[in-house]
Each structure stands twice: as C-alpha cells, then as structure tokens.
Design a protein around this ligand. Structure first.
Ligand code: AHR
Length: 503
C-alpha cells in the first residue's frame, strides 16, 4: 500500500506553543504520595521527593504541570497544605473517597517544579469555595510581601513569590460528580467575578475557564457558549477534557477517536468565534486541553474505592492504568491532532504524570519506569517544538463509528527553525499492511535523515511492568532515505514512527 505526504516550508499552521506538552498532578491515588513524594525512598531528596521520578520527568522536558486537581480541587482548602507539617489536618477527600494527609501542599509542589524545571499551573476551588479563596490564594502565591497572605508565605519559608501566570477557574464544573457542580450560567457568573477579582490583582494572568468535561455531556456545546458569554472579556483559554477508551476491543474504531477529538476542538473553536462576534470583541480566547489521555484499563478495579466500600484510604492505587502497545498508537494520534490544531490549542496536559493514568509508574519503595505511552509523549515533547507544518496527506482510509475515510496514515510535522530540523510523527493505523510513504520536502534546502525511531509490536496488548520495563520501547528505524527532496519510508502495520531530518 502507498501514501504520499507533501511538506512545504511556507505552508505552515503556526508556532506550536511549548505548553501543549504539559502534564498534570492531582492529589489522587498515588500521584503525589509514593509518586512524586516518598520521603523514605532511597532516591528521595532533602524535601522527600523521589529522585528517580524527577529524573524521568526532567527527561520529558515537561513545560507546565497543572495542580492540585482535578475533581480534588473542588473541595480543597489550600491553607490545609501550608505551615508546619505536623500541624496540617488530615481531611476526607470527597472526590476520590480517600484521606488527604496534606503532607504535600503548594510549597512542596512548587519546590518540586523548580527541581524538575517546569512551570506551575494552579487551579482555584470554585466548587465549595469562590472569589475569596481565589484572591487569597493568588495573594499568597504571587504577592512579594507586606500583606497578610504574602507575609504568611514568607513566614512559611518562601520569601520570593512564585509568580504563577496560569490559573484554572475551577475544574469540570459541568459535571454532576463535582463538589459544588453548577449550571452554565451560574458557573459563568462565578468564573467572571473570580476572574475580575484576580485581574484586579494582576492584569497579566492567563486565566482558564472550564469548558465541558467531555464532548458527550448533555450540556455540550451550549455550556461553552453560555460560559463564554459571561466570561469572554476576562479569560484567555477555555479548558477541554477527553479520555480515550477501547472498551469494545475494536482497534479500528479506537484508533479513529482523534477524529472525534478534532471535531470537539473545531466545535469549541467555532463557539469561541461565535461569542467573539456576538461581543464585537477584539480579543482572542484559545483552548487549554488540560486533561487528556487513555483511561479505562483500571475502571473495574477502582470501583470498590470509588463507591465508598473501600473506606477512606490514604493514597490507594487508584486509576493505575497499565498501558499497552495499542495505547502508544492512540497517544501518538492525539499528539498529532494537537500539533495540527496548534493554532487554537495553546496548552494541553497529559493526565496525569505519575501512577494515575500516567506515562510514569512507580512501586512504593521500588523502581520508577516508563509506561508504553511515555515514548510518543517523549518524542513529541522533545522534538515537536517549532512551527507546525500544514502537511498534505494522501492516504487510503477506512470507515469507523467516529467518521468515514479515516486515513491509515496519520501524520504531523514540525519545523524547528533554530536547529534546522524537521520532525515527522507518523502512525500507521493499518492492521496488516506496510505502507510506503513518499514524503515530498518542498522549499527546504538539502535534507538528510538524522534520526528514525520506530515503535511496533506483535502484540497490541503488550505492556511494560516493574519486572519487564522495556517490553515496549522504541527501536532505531532503518530504510528511511532522502533522494532528490523526497523522503521514502516504509511504515509497518500498527506502528508509530518519529523521523527527524536535517535541512
Ligand atoms: O484525571 C482524573 C480526573 O478526570 C480528574 O480529576 C477530573 O478532572 C476528570 O474527570
């Protein structure tokens, strides 16, 4: 089977915002406790943070990490997580039916962000709390000193403000599962008032208002329209979330899900423009896709705790999806969509980073290792920075429940002008056919393949575990060659490829 791709130097989408390779840490399961933080671990630093985990996070070059939730934030009192540890209260977390020790709070998380070289993106509680909580938290985090909350921060050991720029106005407020769930108008008014107060403190903050929890919500996409009608002039991004699942064990349909993702992005983009026109506004609002990933492998095993029968455990192993090779293809496809929609998607966070539906897994007191999905995320984060190219892809396709003519070849391309390289990320969705791709490089001088990584496996269900950490891993590809401005590569069935070209 054959396919062709054309990449032209001047045919670009826009610069990919580095923050589309962001991630997320919630006080949920073992993301924090025995994930990033485990004071008794042999690799722990002086703050109790696991060095082995920090090293893997650094390797991913994660630009931004959203914190502290998620559903958790909707009943979270940030004051519980500051001050001397021994005086911090243990609270019941209603979102995940667990106990929260508060051993980690904003100080510990901020220090960890500095250690791993990432930026904080904080969420305020608009579920059980509101404007006051948001303005006080902001003052605590960002004011230099000389006020009640900033002096409290200094007393608690942090002199310099953290100057956090990105702030989420609550989380998934459309969801009835959310503590303090609201309807669109109610939330829109609260979010607008909160944003106004936060902007009175600092007009340059980047504020993110909640869009729908997913595109299957009954209130979608009216939710986006109504919320934006209340907040358009006060926010910079609207957040979208989507989780991917293959419950029916139908790989063809599963791998077509990024059609649904792109329709979701296109619909919300259209809604943004509709409200912009209605408001006769000059400003632009973008999309923060601040929760996305595969999530379904752990659903059954989590039920006991989530239904309350497990009591109120501290840091139980919740949402611990063990990812397989098929999920590598899915994550590669999702990231391709974000690169192709980089004109509107300016922030995206793989949910989450460690243990909880995450690319990094740990064992308490044991190893940290890379799950299968670590790799496509790694390749995109490291090599997907630059200008997204508007590729012309000509590939045979198939019909799926998510749309017709889903191209077997899904590709994205990024031009890094600084180091004079191109990176192509390619997924072959075909179950049995190797596809020979002729990729025409137009407007670029010269061209030689400098790196070719391939991920393929005979078993779609193959996984990495503590005992076998490298069952699914990339291998050096061979046979990609450039002749006369044309890159030719044969991509095996069900495979992920990353090809870098020096131009
Ligand atoms: O990431 C897990 C959960 O998924 C988050 O807490 C919530 O926002 C979403 O429903």
């Amino acid at each position: 089977m054959k396919a062709s791709v054309t990449a032209h130097k001047d045919y670009t989408i826009c610069k990919v915002d580095d923050r589309v390779y962001g991630s997320f840490i919630e006080h949920l399961g073992r993301a924090v406790y025995t994930g990033i933080y485990e004071p008794d671990h042999k690799s722990a630093d002086k703050n109790g943070m696991r060095g082995d985990v920090a090293a893997l996070v650094r390797e991913l070059n994660v630009p931004v990490v959203r914190y502290p939730g998620g559903n958790f934030v909707s009943a979270y009192d940030w004051e519980d997580g500051i001050g001397p540890r021994e005086q911090r209260p243990t609270r019941l977390d209603l979102a995940w039916h667990t106990s929260e020790s508060n051993a980690v709070g904003v100080h510990e998380f901020a220090d960890w962000c500095e250690t791993v070289g990432t930026e904080m993106m904080l969420a305020v509680n608009l579920g059980s709390r509101g404007v006051d909580d948001a303005r006080n938290f902001l003052e605590y985090v960002n004011h230099p000193g000389g006020s009640y909350y900033s002096d409290l921060r200094i007393k608690n050991g942090r002199k310099e403000p953290w100057n956090v720029k990105m702030w989420c106005l609550g989380n998934e407020m459309d969801g009835p599962w959310q503590v303090g769930h609201k309807d669109a108008a109610e939330y829109g008014k609260l979010a607008a008032n909160t944003a106004r107060a936060m902007r009175m403190f600092d007009n340059t903050l980047e504020l993110i208002v909640c869009g729908s929890s997913n595109a299957d919500m009954a209130s979608y996409p009216d939710w986006e329209r109504i919320v934006l009608e209340h907040t358009y002039e006060h926010v910079d991004h609207i957040s979208l979330h989507m989780y991917f699942a293959n419950r029916e064990k139908n790989t063809a349909n599963y791998l077509a899900l990024n059609r649904k993702l792109e329709t979701y992005i296109d619909t919300v983009s259209a809604t943004i423009l509709q409200v912009k026109s209605k408001k006769r506004s000059k400003r632009d609002v973008y999309i923060s896709f601040d929760e996305w990933n595969v999530w379904y492998h752990s659903n059954k095993q989590d039920r006991v705790i989530l239904e309350g029968a497990g009591g109120w455990p501290h840091a139980p192993g919740l949402l611990e999806d063990i990812y397989n090779f098929e999920d590598v293809l899915q994550v590669g496809l999702i990231l391709n969509s974000f690169i192709r929609r980089s004109d509107v998607v300016k922030i995206a966070c793989i949910a989450q980073l460690v243990n909880v539906i995450a690319p990094i897994m740990t064992e308490k007191g044991g190893d940290a290792w890379r799950q299968t999905i670590y790799y496509p995320y790694y390749f995109a984060s490291i090599f997907g920075r630059g200008t997204a190219l508007q590729l012309l892809v000509n590939s045979p396709g198939y019909d799926s429940v998510h749309g017709d003519n889903i191209a077997y070849v899904d590709a994205s391309g990024v031009h890094n002008e600084e180091d004079g390289t191109l990176a192509f990320f390619v997924v072959n969705r075909h179950a049995t056919e190797t596809i020979t791709i002729d990729l025409s490089l137009q407007g670029f001088a010269g061209g030689s393949v400098i790196e070719h990584q391939v991920m393929t496996h005979s078993n779609l269900e193959a996984v990495n575990t503590a005992k076998n950490q490298t069952e699914v891993a990339p291998k050096k590809g061979s046979g990609a060659k450039i002749d006369n401005g044309q890159l030719t590569v044969a991509v095996p069935p069900f495979s992920y490829q990353m090809i870098r070209v020096k131009v």
